[in-house]
Design a protein around this ligand. Structure first.
Ligand SMILES: Nc1ncnc2c1ncn2[C@@H]1O[C@H](COP(=O)(O)OP(=O)(O)OP(=O)(O)O)[C@@H](O)[C@H]1O
Length: 259
């Protein structure tokens, strides 16, 4: 038994006429922040569908907390999701949106109130507990969506480009906050992004995928201590280094067309 929260072995996803993921092997350790980078259409969503337990792979095996998914005895893993759009129910308050997630989790009802207060406090949105999502700014809604993912005490949180629709000032402050949340809660995060700079700032490790079908091009450990500063010139250096390395495998042809 290792401290792997997620283990993926020889994972492949094929559709009727195409292959989206080919022979992926990786693992994610407890408390790690792992970013996933890959060119558009390479197969990231296909891979996410498998590691979130939503759809079975065409080949290979997946374990969450040591329990294998997609066997007759498997139960759904306890995960948190944060998507590009917040996906909050507009006719439910912030608290009720979190309660819906809790109702689908094994967290005992007696703990709901204290968990909700704690998580909203960590995200600095306690004052919006009884607000309607429509009354919140885009950044505040995305904070609620992060709170909803955290409140169920997940094995890991899957974040699929969660900051890409926010303005840069809001995205910057949320990135900074995300690093603090991770530090305070020790949560494990798998974070899909198209921004190499964002991945370098946030992640302990970056899994760089190839063009489709997605294969693991490189398992890159970010050589920076924490806390990090988004304007640190070393982040630009590492970003430039990664861009240079993915140019050929991503077929960028010298274009800097990734954020
Ligand atoms: N349900 C499906 N049936 C058939 N082909 C599919 C299906 N889902 C995805 N594909 C194909 O698999 C390949 C990978 O798609 P996928 O959505 O996994 O990529 P992605 O990396 O998430 O893309 P993006 O970065 O644009 O979100 C694409 O060629 C896509 O057309």
């Amino acid at each position: 038994m290792t401290d792997s929260v997620l283990r993926v072995e020889d994972l492949g996803v094929s559709y009727e006429t195409s292959e989206a993921v080919r022979r992926l092997d990786f693992d994610v350790k407890r408390g790690e922040f792992v970013a996933i980078l890959g060119p558009s259409g390479c197969g990231k969503s296909s891979m996410l569908n498998v590691i979130s337990g939503l759809s079975a792979p065409s080949r290979g095996r997946v374990w969450v907390e040591g329990a294998e998914l997609f066997t007759p005895a498997s139960t759904a893993p306890r995960l948190g999701y944060v998507f590009q759009s917040h996906r909050l129910l507009p006719w439910r308050t912030v608290r009720q949106n979190l309660e819906i997630a809790l109702a689908a989790s094994p967290v005992p009802k007696a703990e709901w109130d204290s968990r909700i207060d704690e998580i909203l406090g960590i995200l600095h949105i306690g004052q919006f507990k009884d607000s309607w999502p429509m009354r919140l700014s885009g950044g505040q809604r995305q904070r609620v969506s992060i709170a909803r993912a955290l409140v169920v005490d997940p094995s890991y949180i899957l974040m699929d480009e969660p900051l890409s629709t926010l303005d840069e000032v809001t995205a910057r402050s949320l990135r900074q906050e995300l690093t603090q949340i991770v530090q305070r809660t020790g949560v494990t995060v798998i974070f899909v992004t198209h921004s190499i700079r964002e991945a370098v700032f946030l992640a302990d490790r970056i899994l760089i995928l190839s063009r489709g079908p997605a294969r693991l091009h490189e398992d890159f450990t970010v050589p920076l201590a924490r806390p990090r500063n988004y304007d640190d010139p070393r982040i630009s250096e590492i970003e430039g280094d990664i861009i240079a390395r993915v140019q050929a495998p991503w077929g960028l042809g010298g274009q800097r067309d990734v954020a």
